[in-house]
Design a protein around this ligand. Structure first.
Ligand SMILES: [Zn+2]
Length: 305
């Protein structure tokens, strides 16, 4: 079972190319699949990567450009053909919900699963939460309203120290409270501090998906302490003016964001079709960012835990 894994389904920019698919990723978090963006061909890529349709529960859309959203009608129709159960929740801007609802009402009228919509504010905010994970949207700067998504593991449970728990005869019924940080009170009323019975939890891991955006120096502050950052790098540094004009970033700019945020890993993606490969992106980013650098490619899987 994947604990926290990023799957790259598509990492090309808007104009179609023979080398890359449009934007789509799947975060596999403890076997629950969270899709981010859904470019054309997403359903085929899910199959190629052997990601199970039944486990897909949420789709987060960064913005309403075709290369990030036009895979949805096909994907949802196919989920129906596969008799998916339960529900899929699509998180997008209110204006996107309006359009998508018309499409899904028409093509998925008697769908085997529920298609739910959750509005995302242009300003961002919390969009999903369960016991173990929170997903927050944050604004980016593109030619249309656009948000990135931050996946944050919640603080994990403390580890019990077996011999101390035995020594104090801690009843099984109270062990969950100890893992959550509570002190233990013995039958005679003695208070045993939690740190004598437990050790620190494993660190919580986080992942930020920075979709289409021009270079935002303030983004590093917003993402400080995030372990792994995906950042678009449509162009190389020689095309910085074009990138700015079109609401995109260069490889060096993406690297600056990751470096200034103190990230451990950087994944570059959303590559323009004008490059025969991404070696120039790798070169320029690696001069600035000294952590682990990935050049996204379809089929790539990166384990964050
Ligand atoms: Zn795009």
């Amino acid at each position: 079972m994947a604990q926290f894994r990023i799957n790259i389904l598509g990492c090309g920019s808007a104009s179609p190319s023979m080398r890359h698919m449009p934007s789509c990723q799947v975060v596999d978090f403890r076997d629950n699949l969270f899709m981010i963006d859904c470019g054309e061909g997403a359903q085929l890529q899910l199959r190629r990567l052997k990601l199970k349709f039944q486990r897909l529960s949420h789709i987060f859309i960064s913005h309403l450009h075709g290369d990030h959203v036009l895979g949805l009608p096909g994907l949802l129709s196919t989920l129906d053909l596969n008799e998916k159960h339960g529900s899929v929740t699509i998180h997008t801007f209110p204006e996107g919900i309006k359009i998508l609802r018309q499409i899904t009402d028409f093509f998925c009228e008697y769908s085997s699963f529920d298609i739910l919509y959750e509005p995302v504010s242009h300003k961002g905010g919390l969009v999903f939460e369960n016991d173990a994970l929170a997903v927050k949207a944050f604004p980016l700067e593109h030619s249309k309203p656009c948000v990135g998504y931050l996946f944050e593991e919640k603080p994990k449970q403390r580890h019990l120290i077996g011999e101390m728990v035995d020594f104090y005869n801690v009843p099984i019924s109270q062990r969950a409270a100890l893992k959550a940080g509570a002190d233990f009170v013995t039958e005679s009323g003695e208070i045993i501090a939690n740190n004598r019975l437990t050790t620190d939890p494993d660190p919580s891991v986080s992942y930020a998906y920075c979709s289409d955006t021009r270079y935002m120096p303030t983004l590093a502050e917003r993402l400080r302490g995030v372990d792994t950052i995906y950042h678009e790098a449509t162009y190389d540094d020689s095309k910085a003016a074009k990138a700015r004009q079109r609401g995109h970033s260069t490889a060096g700019e993406a690297a600056q964001v990751a470096r200034d945020a103190g990230a451990k890993r950087l994944i570059l993606g959303h590559f323009s079709k004008s490059y025969p490969d991404e070696e120039i992106h790798r070169l320029q980013a690696s001069e600035i960012f000294k952590g682990e650098l990935f050049i996204a490619d379809e089929g790539m899987k990166i384990d964050l835990l």
